[in-house]
Design a protein around this ligand. Sequence first.
Ligand SMILES: [Zn+2]
Length: 289
Amino acid sequence: MIETIGLLTWLVAAASGSIDGGDDPLTKPFVSSHSAEWLSPAPSEKIFGDSYLVGFGGLSVALIDTGDGLILVDGALPQAAPAILANVRKLGFKPEDIKYILSTEPHPDHAGGLAALARDTGATVVASVRGAEALRSGRRAADDPQFGYDMRFPPVARTRTIGDGETLRLGKTVVTAHATPGHTMGSMSWSWRACEASACRTIVFASSLNPVSADGYRYTAPSSAAIVAGFQQSYRTMDALACDILITGHPDNASADGARYSDKPGACRALADRSRRALAARLAEEKAP
Ligand SMILES: [Zn+2]
């Protein structure tokens, strides 16, 4: 999700190279009015079983130890990649053991770091067909409600695609892909079982579900029908998912109390409900005289 971007700040920073990130084009900072808050440092922590958080105060990145390699979910901003890999090391893992990086949506705040992370680890980035298209282009798709922002991010050279309901297996872990279109048509949520001894919980890493658009976009326009239908599909999916623990790309979408994930019963349904209400309000606003 990006609401307000400091475009001028980003252009000036990119042109002058004045923000650290060295000369590496894949970690060149993407600066917005939110980026400092998004990348506020947070300790790496275990969620449950062999699943961890290795991201930031305002952007989630998850790590799964499958016993036969690691899986990362999301890549935050381009400049975040070195800190993510440092967080992986702090937990005692080797970045080169990351085999897959799952992508929730092709927006700079969740996918900006994917190109650098894939290059530095050798991992394969996995996304929906529509998500992978946007990741390879390094920009939003033409039907993205935020297309008007036209913020570029480092393109991901190599992707693997996965369909709704399909699974990805590595070691003892089976991750299921759940298409959750709307915020972008390529948005994908991911779920897997994490176990401690005989206790297992289903963890869901949900894509952003909020109806956020660039100025001038109208969800009531006939050309937006697929986006609105996508949201409805996503609400049904989230309502039906087994969901003991919810992680969202931006932690405050999962939990209002400052926690980095939610283990409250019904967390996925509550997320869908908040989006449903936000979309209904947005549609009503557009229809108002
Ligand atoms: Zn987004």
